[in-house]
Design a protein around this ligand. Structure first.
Ligand code: GRF
Length: 216
């Protein structure tokens, strides 16, 4: 069966890119990365892609007169790669309506909170500040409004009383690396359809039981 071709867009560290690279190493995984695109020339993730033999391209937003010109170049590069799914993985530029429309339902993002709670930046600080007992991460289709769009997969982790933003971020990140390849697999297997503004997963398995924090 043909594997779904992925373009992964990054700005920095690229640990989620690495999780996708690692998943794609398995010949039975139904997707492959055909392009890693970075808007930052020294994004660490570029080295990860190169080490894995994945094609890389830098498109520096500073070299374009406006956002539309930058995004047109992104689209040209993605089209040339033949990718059928665009994965944002720590891509730190807001994408405009034109780009989002062009890739509608073929553009996904990972966000380090249980959306729709805690959109935006500094999620872990804000979760701790709010006294929430759970944090987590979400893979979702991208819509025009930041951190909105049909949810594909989420993972929840407990917040511990002694957590700092750093310890909580690490606990969440470990789960990001689980759910991103998982969500891509669901899409690649053709099991995700969008109904209204909700993603419906065919043959989804739901965990039993509940997490309670603090433990009763
Ligand atoms: C992750 O926390 C992701 O959820 C957010 O940006 C971070 C990127 O980390 N969108 P990395 O570059 O994948 O290591």
């Amino acid at each position: 069966m043909a594997r779904l071709k992925l373009a992964v867009l990054i700005s920095g560290r690229g640990s989620n890119l690495q999780a996708l690279i690692d998943a794609c190493r398995d010949p039975a995984y139904p997707a492959e990365i055909v392009l890693t695109l970075a808007n930052e020339p020294d994004a660490l993730g570029l080295e990860r892609a190169k080490a894995a033999g994945v094609a890389t391209r830098v498109i520096d937003h500073r070299n374009f007169p406006d956002r539309a010109a930058f995004e047109n170049e992104l689209t040209r590069a993605i089209e040339a790669s033949g990718a059928g799914l665009v994965c944002l993985a720590g891509f730190m530029r807001l994408l405009g309506a034109g780009f989002v429309r062009r890739w509608r339902d073929r553009l996904i993002n990972i966000h380090p909170s249980l959306l729709p709670a805690f959109k935006g930046l500094h999620t872990h600080e804000r979760v701790i500040e709010a006294g929430a007992r759970f944090a987590g991460c979400t893979v979702h289709f991208v819509r025009e409004n930041m951190d909105e769009g049909p949810i594909i997969a989420q993972a929840a982790v407990p917040v511990r009383p002694e957590d700092t933003a750093e310890t909580l971020a690490a606990r969440v990140l470990a789960q990001e690396h689980v759910i991103y390849p998982h969500a891509v697999r669901l899409i690649a297997e053709g099991r995700v359809r969008i109904e209204g503004e909700r993603a419906v997963i065919e043959r989804a398995r739901t965990p039993t039981g509940a997490l309670v924090n603090p433990t009763p």
